[in-house]
Write a protein that binds this ligand. Sequence first.
Ligand SMILES: NC(=O)c1ccc[n+]([C@@H]2O[C@H](COP(=O)([O-])OP(=O)(O)OC[C@H]3O[C@@H](n4cnc5c(N)ncnc54)[C@H](OP(=O)(O)O)[C@@H]3O)[C@@H](O)[C@H]2O)c1
Length: 238
Amino acid sequence: MTAAPVAVVTGGGSGVGLACATALAARGMRGVLVGRREDRLRAAASELTAPATVLAADLTQAGEAERIVSETLDAHGRIDVIVHSAGTFDKASVAEADDDHWRRVTDINLGAVMALTRAGWEALSDSGGQIVLISSVAAVQAFEGNAAYAASKGGLNALGEVLRLEGRDRGIRVITLCPAQIDTELWDGKAPDPVRARMMPAAGMGELVADLVETDRRIDIGPVVIRPVRDPWAESEP
Ligand SMILES: NC(=O)c1ccc[n+]([C@@H]2O[C@H](COP(=O)([O-])OP(=O)(O)OC[C@H]3O[C@@H](n4cnc5c(N)ncnc54)[C@H](OP(=O)(O)O)[C@@H]3O)[C@@H](O)[C@H]2O)c1
């Protein structure tokens, strides 16, 4: 019997990452959930409908990407999908965006993605695997106060295009998604409830990712912008 495919999901303890892990588990994939808060990861893993392990790690720390890959291969023997959902959304005007802010945002949203991709490249090549980048509409649409986030997600889109080309000859498919507002805890304290109610549901994003991962591998999926049907903020204008 062939072993079930394995998905490493960063940010798997909450929001979009958890929704992706849930949808992929429902399709029979084993999960490896990565994030800093082990309690959240364990709670998430216990709800999945396929076997899952957890790896508590700060993805911005040197050596953690390599540890995640080697512990995943030790535990599961393969990596078929990496969903890069770990990220932070923190706004600051240009005047306020000091070096700490810039590094904090870009380290996790961009640097950590490259580190884990590089660490997992051979394993994905061996399995003919897939990479899903959870980028943002901010990669292609400017918002004020968003310099570091926009730069990190714009850089992620550019990285995704290079990975797509370099991955082709290795049988690795790269899917870059650029969603607008999704109702997750990332919006805690940043958007009122009525606005959040008009955002996209995280579960829908998870289903979308699982659907895309299952599509015919002869289909190449370029960066895809995904928005709520209406701007959740527009309805709340006075
Ligand atoms: N929600 C939206 O409207 C929206 C729109 C477009 C794009 N996105 C993108 O979607 C992704 C997921 O966000 P979300 O909405 O699901 O928010 P979320 O629930 O806050 O998820 C962020 C996840 O990243 C993990 N994380 C953050 N820093 C980390 C680090 N240094 N090392 C390891 N894990 C880390 C967090 O876990 P720990 O805190 O436990 O580490 C958390 O599980 C992000 O990349 C975000 O930019 C979100």
